[in-house]
Design a protein around this ligand. Structure first.
Ligand SMILES: [Zn+2]
Length: 81
């Protein structure tokens, strides 16, 4: 992970249409979290690591970013809630 020098924690892995994604989060300062996704199929990292006040919030935001990648690169639309 090269986004920033922080302690990234692996949070979850999910699978869309056989393409696997890893999602990592870290606490960048007191009470501010950042999330990043990595597509394991093409090893692309999310260009934008969203930040937010809870882990749940940044996980949700990172899924939205991964969804755009999935649509553009893998040509599949997925529902994200
Ligand atoms: Zn990909």
């Amino acid at each position: 992970m090269t986004l920033i020098n922080a302690k990234w924690q692996h949070r979850k892995q999910f699978d869309w249409d056989g393409v696997q994604y890893d999602v990592l989060t870290c606490e960048i300062s007191n009470g501010v979290f950042q999330a990043a996704w990595v597509c394991l199929d093409c090893c692309e990292e999310g260009a934008l690591a969203p930040s937010g006040k809870t882990v749940d919030e940044v996980l949700r935001l990172s899924r939205i970013g991964a969804r755009v990648h999935h649509l553009l690169i893998h040509g599949c639309n997925v529902e994200v809630n």
